[in-house]
Design a protein around this ligand. Structure first.
Ligand SMILES: [Zn+2]
Length: 251
């Protein structure tokens, strides 16, 4: 049975753009928008609702940011909540849910603290008339209170995790996010992360070639959610693949 799950219907890549705020590398964001329109790609954008990250504040500011976000949503792009203020307050010591380690905006904080951040972030989107169905934390770092707080605010999709296919755990849908580079696996459904603030010109050209080559395999968030609802295959594949992928990722 398992073999049948990993077929063409279960192959696709969601393009995830990280660290979208009023202060960012707008030169590349504008170029990206052009590419997405040309290749009919509907990405998922991780928008920070209340960006306080001093590093990002060094980038030029774009006026009418929320109007631009609303326009992206109108085009069918998925707006995701990427943390609340992108300020790291805690150190995980690899005790975070995915055992990635590093600093965190959420890990180790009380349910009330995490719930407040998530609630306040969602309120900003609501005020700006932007619909949010998913979340991913800065630096991939979560603990159980993060998931509890997300669920308390009716957000059950997290764009992060191991595996070749979306899976469910604690009532949360995890959409695996595997690689730092744009790599197309022959099978599986994952998202890729693209940090425009750190990307080099040369790599940006590679991105266009990648979109061109894999246009048919790039899927939007609605399609991903459709795959999640077929949770039978996901949970089977997750446990089989988790260990080997952790190893694979280490290289
Ligand atoms: Zn980030």
């Amino acid at each position: 049975m398992k073999k049948n799950y990993l077929n063409k219907q279960n192959t696709g890549l969601l393009i995830r753009i990280d660290d979208v705020t009023d202060h960012m590398n707008w030169e590349l964001m504008d170029k990206c928008e052009e590419l997405f329109d040309n290749y009919e790609i509907k990405p998922l954008l991780g928008v920070i609702p209340n960006n306080q990250d001093p590093e990002f504040k060094n980038f030029p500011k774009r006026e009418n940011f929320w109007g631009i976000v609303r326009n992206w949503q109108k085009k069918g792009w998925e707006i995701s909540m990427h943390g609340f203020n992108h300020i790291y307050e805690t150190e995980t010591n690899k005790n975070d849910y995915f055992e990635y380690g590093g600093k965190s905006e959420f890990y180790g904080q009380s349910f009330e603290e995490q719930n407040n951040k998530i609630k306040n972030g969602l309120n900003i989107f609501k005020k700006e008339n932007i619909k949010i169905r998913s979340f991913f934390a800065p630096n991939h770092t979560y603990d159980f209170n993060t998931f509890k707080a997300l669920k308390a605010n009716n957000i059950i999709n997290v764009i992060d995790g191991y595996g070749l296919l979306p899976y469910q755990e604690f009532g949360i849908n995890f959409i695996p996010q595997l690689f730092y580079k744009e790599i197309m696996l022959p099978y599986g459904i994952q998202s890729t992360q693209i940090h425009l603030n750190y990307i080099k010109k040369k790599n940006f050209d590679n991105l266009e070639n990648f979109f061109k080559k894999n246009q048919k395999k790039i899927i939007d968030f609605n399609l991903v959610l459709g795959k999640v609802s077929n949770s039978l295959f996901s949970n089977a594949s997750k446990f089989i693949l988790e260990k080997s992928l952790k190893l694979f990722r280490a290289f």
